[in-house]
Design a protein around this ligand. Structure first.
Ligand code: 5GP
Ligand code: ZN
Length: 118
């Protein structure tokens, strides 16, 4: 893999490297956005940095511009799908539902979203 941060065992590094297929919807120099394989809303897109960072806090510390780009791309993919309102979620740690330890923002849109989440 060209990116020295890439982890060959990380499913999202493999998607970024195009070793594993995914439905990409947007990409920039720093981030890639692709549809979740098990969508929970009409729009359910994952926005990930190209570089491997385990959590949103790690990404914020290492590359705050990449984190800002995750937010910008989240709004863009929502708009691309014809929606205006969206939720951007970073599950952080197993107790909060994180199952893939390459930081990803879940972009959920296209249906009413209740609060608080479960
Ligand atoms: P987490 O549980 O870590 O917050 O979210 C991981 C998300 O990644 C889940 O919503 C899951 O459906 C999605 N996911 C896991 N593996 C793959 C994959 O190989 N491709 C895609 N497109 N999504 C995946
Ligand atoms: Zn990774």
């Amino acid at each position: 893999m060209a990116d020295p941060s890439a982890d060959p065992d990380c499913p999202f590094c493999r998607i970024v490297a195009r070793d594993v297929p995914a439905t990409l919807v947007r990409e920039t120099d720093r981030v890639v956005a692709f549809r979740d394989i098990d969508p929970k809303a009409p729009t359910h897109v994952l926005v990930v940095p190209r570089a491997h960072h385990a959590s949103v806090a790690d990404l914020a510390a290492a590359d705050p511009e990449a984190l800002a780009e995750v937010a910008t791309v989240a709004a863009a993919v929502t708009s691309d799908d014809g929606h205006s309102d969206f939720r951007l979620v970073f599950n952080t740690g197993p107790g909060a539902g994180q199952s893939v330890f390459h930081v990803h923002g879940h972009v959920l849109a296209g249906r009413p979203l209740s609060w608080p989440p479960g």
